[in-house]
Design a protein around this ligand. Structure first.
Ligand SMILES: [Zn+2]
Length: 475
């Protein structure tokens, strides 16, 4: 614990700078691969703190990596800073009030995520310097978590090779070690091409791409009965061919998201959906071009790392929220439905007898609530190296993910307290990995056992490049 007391004091002494970084990123919300200003903020902070900086990681201009220390094992902290469209909102008010501008907002709290991960990395850097321990610490600034799968592209490019463990977190309403549950997910576009014709005078000469896309969707509806129950298949029309009903539509594109519990099951499901599309093309005498836009793997857990993180979480106790934090969280809760609040408790399986608007308890490691899962690109990192994630409260219980209420709380003192608290949990877990040889060995064994039979295979094909966006002229 002496080691940890040192690093926790360091976090307390330096947290203000990282809260300010988080607030600046909150104030410049940038989405999916356009995070040029946010990555510039993270890069200059890494330089100020004395990290050796690598820009343009995996040929992504909005990704950055900072490294410090010499020799020894390498611990990585993963950060994010991308925002979401449509979630602009004034800070510190408990009613819907979007700010002027492009409408983007930090509705998933990634401003906090990146700053806390860098605070943990910087605290560990100072601990390595103080103790003279061999070991290296890295901070990875990862863009485009929302829909861009940047970490999968980074993993495919080998950006995490040689790292011993990855530690990260996500803003939450609870204190817990995140369950290693997420769905593998592929975004795939099906572009049908037919032949246009006058829909009344010469329909027999036309071949309808719109018919093909509709038949594909119908085929997939029938497929649903015969896929594993935890699979998910959704679609959206990107192009329905046009607005003229008197034209046989010569082109039509439909985008699919295909999710499965495991990346290998997803590969199989992808092939089945592709065959449905090919069947639809045969039925309509059209052609189909199929392209994967992005993909992520499911998360793999690492029990020894999860146990270490849980011990640190319990040693630290809950985030020290004060009366003012509770009062604002209560105002936010007043904008939520009872179902939203109840759903938040059901997810964890724990509901205290006298619930407060902010969590003041730690969820046990083996608590199983109602599992509701999406997908995350942290999944790909977890296939390459042992990975663990914390959830720490930065928001009122019941706050929906991707909501104006979440944006409104992203700069509040409660969020800053969560940011510093989770940096302590993450840095302490890193110290455990560096100082406890048994933990290091068990963590590696647990990882090897999971990937030895089915090694990592990036779900994004080698020829698909990250959809990087141009740097704005103003920068
Ligand atoms: Zn998120």
């Amino acid at each position: 614990m002496e080691n940890k007391a040192l690093v926790w004091k360091w976090v307390e002494a330096h947290q203000a700078m990282f809260c300010a970084l988080s607030d600046r990123v909150w104030g410049m919300p940038e989405i999916c691969y356009t995070e040029y200003r946010s990555v510039a903020e993270h890069t200059s902070m890494l330089q100020q703190q004395g990290f050796r900086v690598t820009e343009n990681v995996a040929d992504i201009p909005t990704a950055v990596m900072g490294e410090a220390g010499e020799d020894g094992p390498i611990i990585a902290f993963l950060g994010e800073y991308d925002a979401l469209p449509g979630l602009s909102q004034a800070a510190g008010v408990a009613h819907y009030s979007p700010l002027p501008g492009n409408g983007h907002g930090h509705g998933c709290g990634h401003n906090l995520l990146g700053s806390a991960a860098m605070l943990a990395a910087t605290a560990l850097k100072s601990w390595l310097e103080e103790t003279g321990m061999p070991g290296r610490v890295r901070y990875y600034g990862c863009p485009a978590e929302e829909g861009g799968a940047a970490k999968s592209f980074m993993a495919r490019a080998g950006a995490f090779n040689g790292v011993d463990a990855a530690i990260t977190w996500h803003p939450s309403a609870h204190h817990e070690v995140a369950k290693p549950l997420s769905l593998a997910n592929t975004r795939m576009d099906f572009a049908f091409r037919g032949r246009s014709s006058h829909a009344a005078a010469s329909p027999h000469l036309g071949r309808s791409a719109l018919d093909a896309a509709e038949l594909m969707n119908v085929g997939v509806q029938f497929l649903r009965e015969h896929v594993p129950q935890d699979s998910r298949i959704h679609y959206a029309f990107l192009d329905a061919g046009g607005v003229a009903p008197n034209v046989v539509q010569a082109k039509s594109t439909v985008r699919y998201a295909i999710r499965a519990r495991d990346v290998h099951a997803m590969f199989e499901l992808n092939e089945r959906v592709k065959r449905v599309a090919q069947g639809a093309a045969i039925m309509t005498d059209t052609q189909v071009d199929i392209s994967i836009m992005s993909a992520v793997s499911n998360l793999l857990g690492n029990r020894p790392l999860e146990e270490a993180m849980q011990r640190n979480l319990e040693a630290l106790g809950p985030v020290p929220f004060d009366q003012a934090d509770l009062a604002f969280a209560a105002e936010i809760q007043a904008t939520l439905t009872p179902e939203e609040i109840d759903n938040c408790y059901r997810k964890t399986g724990v509901k205290p007898a006298s619930p407060k608007p902010l969590s003041d308890y730690i969820i046990p490691l083996d608590m199983h609530g109602e599992v509701m899962i999406g997908s995350t690109d942290v999944g790909d990192v977890s296939w390459v190296i042992p990975t663990v994630q914390a959830h720490i409260p930065t928001m009122a219980i019941g706050t929906p993910g991707h909501s104006w209420q979440l944006t409104a709380q992203g700069k509040m003192p409660a969020a800053h307290k969560g940011l510093a608290h989770v940096a302590k949990v993450m840095a302490a877990t890193a110290i455990d990995v560096l100082t406890d040889k048994m933990l290091m060995a068990q963590m590696k064994k647990a990882h090897f056992e999971q990937v030895s039979e089915k090694p990592y295979h990036c779900p994004i094909p080698a020829d698909v490049k990250p959809p990087v966006q141009p740097r704005p002229d103003a920068l």
